[in-house]
Design a protein around this ligand. Structure first.
Ligand SMILES: Nc1nc2c(c(=O)[nH]1)N[C@H]1C(S)=C(S)[C@@H](COP(=O)(O)O)O[C@H]1N2
Ligand SMILES: [Mo]
Length: 447
């Protein structure tokens, strides 16, 4: 098969990485052709770079054409009831006790962060979805569990898990992001942080359940009720007042499924609230109650906690939406790169809608190039981007910035801090900068 008339590689002997690259581009070319976004991940560029010094390994393999180049066939292990990760793949969440409180015992941990530096694509594997649990994970028997829906309704009702499963279902791929995601970099940037530390409190899964609207129609919500209290069944008693805007009424749902199976206990088994685009904290796990009313309940989670101390000393309440954001995951904190061809990849997301554009700077924000997006691009879900880069070996800084389909541009740190001050802890969404020194060491810096 001829590629740009440069080299000929039979499909079967091409290394997987090359095939992925070509397929991604083939798809992207269709999609971006109509959207008018410039093609930036160039096949010609990749192959040209591959035939250069740094890429000679890739090109060497790509040009080979004999079975001697691939390992012999092997007899396999027995089949089992479920599949495990390869023993060669070391990939784990990291438990933390708070900003900068790393390497803690799991019993002191308040969250466990997703290893974005080792993930590909857009979906987070279920067991690597970040976790934030305020009082541990309750052991709930689904046969005993109930969801009470009451307050300003015509007919209060109690539902079992089976009741929900019998109703029409919705499935949606969305991110959940803790408001604390990024808090590591509010005040300073520790140089030894990985992207797992700085951005490990966001994950994207497919969730399945029953739309809030469907449940509301069953109980007959009263007209004057425009707030809903959602309460969890764990020891922390997490409960939040949620304004019933049109957007929330049409998008929120009560989920019992996660990536095609029942929710994992850590993520709310047997049922949780999903609030696409809004604070992670609102996605109440182990959901046991929805109460309707005409004003917020002002729980401790929206008065003492989850408020934003502003520069003028006042606190902002009910800042519920997660902002337009992005981060480069490869190369990222604590990695080492070599001069020559490097592929930059990461992901972007927005609580406002779809990602429209991601730009990458490899010269410390002097210039920007539009990155390729991996399709499909879904609203309120992680969206992978990638771009070719030929590193000249000189110290530099790499940065990404996202724009969503509502026109929101992810701010640089200086304008973010000018707007929000440094008192706050939540909703950090400034551009992430990774510095690269002459030895190729990638480090976390403020800008
Ligand atoms: N009942 C209950 N719901 C909860 C929490 C909790 O501790 N208890 N943590 C909240 C917070 S702060 C976040 S960020 C998300 C985390 O969801 P995950 O653990 O599935 O990632 O759940 C929210 N829902
Ligand atoms: Mo959170």
């Amino acid at each position: 098969m001829a590629i740009d008339g440069l080299i000929t590689i039979p499909m079967s002997s091409r290394p997987q990485e090359t095939i992925d690259t070509l397929e991604t581009e083939a798809r992207a070319t269709n999609e971006t052709g109509t959207a008018g976004v410039p093609r930036t991940l160039s096949r010609r560029g990749f192959i040209a770079a591959s035939t250069g010094l740094a890429g000679s390994v890739v090109a060497g393999h790509a040009a080979a054409d004999s079975l001697a180049d691939v390992p012999p066939r092997e007899p396999g292990a027995d089949l089992s009831s479920h599949s495990e990760r390869s023993k060669y793949v070391k990939i784990d969440r990291v438990p933390e006790a708070g900003p900068g409180m790393r390497n803690v015992d799991p019993d002191n941990a308040i969250n466990a962060k997703t290893p974005h530096q080792k993930l590909v694509g857009n979906i987070t594997p279920t067991d690597l979805h970040y976790e934030r649990s305020h009082a541990g994970v309750p052991d709930i028997d689904p046969a005993q569990h109930r969801l009470l829906i009451h307050g300003m309704v015509q007919k209060p009702l109690v539902f079992s898990v089976d009741d929900l499963k019998a109703m029409p279902s919705v499935s949606r791929v969305v991110f959940i992001e803790c408001t604390g995601n990024g808090w590591e970099n509010w005040k300073k940037a520790d140089p030894d942080l990985t992207v797992q530390h700085t951005h490990g409190l966001i994950s994207t899964n497919e969730w399945t359940g029953v739309s809030l609207k469907f449940l509301i129609d069953l109980v007959g919500k009263e007209r004057g009720s425009n707030w809903m209290l959602a309460e969890g069944g764990d020891g922390a008693g997490v409960d939040r007042s949620i304004p019933l805007t049109d957007e929330i009424l049409s998008e929120a749902f009560v989920a019992y499924g996660q990536n095609g199976e029942p929710l994992r206990p850590a993520h709310g088994f047997p049922m949780r609230l999903i609030m696409p685009g809004f604070e992670g904290n609102l996605n109440i796990k182990w959901l046991r109650r929805l109460k309707f009313g005409d004003q917020p309940w002002m729980t401790r989670w929206e008065t003492a906690r989850y408020t934003q101390l502003l520069a003028d000393g006042k606190a902002r309440q009910f800042q519920l939406r997660m902002e337009t954001n992005s981060v480069i995951t490869q190369p990222s904190g604590m990695m080492e790169i070599r001069p020559g061809y490097n592929r930059i990849t990461g992901f972007a997301w927005s609580g406002h809608g779809k990602i429209a554009k991601v730009e990458v700077s490899t010269d410390g924000t002097k210039s920007w190039k539009v990155a390729q997006l991996n399709y499909p691009v879904l609203p309120k879900a992680q969206t992978r981007f990638q771009i070719d880069w030929d590193w000249d070996g000189k110290p530099t800084k790499i940065v990404s910035r996202a724009t969503d389909d509502k026109g929101n541009l992810q701010p640089d740190r200086a304008s973010f801090i000018a707007r929000n001050g440094t008192n706050a802890l939540f909703h950090y969404s400034a551009q992430q900068t990774w510095s690269i020194d002459e030895a190729g060491r990638v480090r976390n810096v403020l800008a």
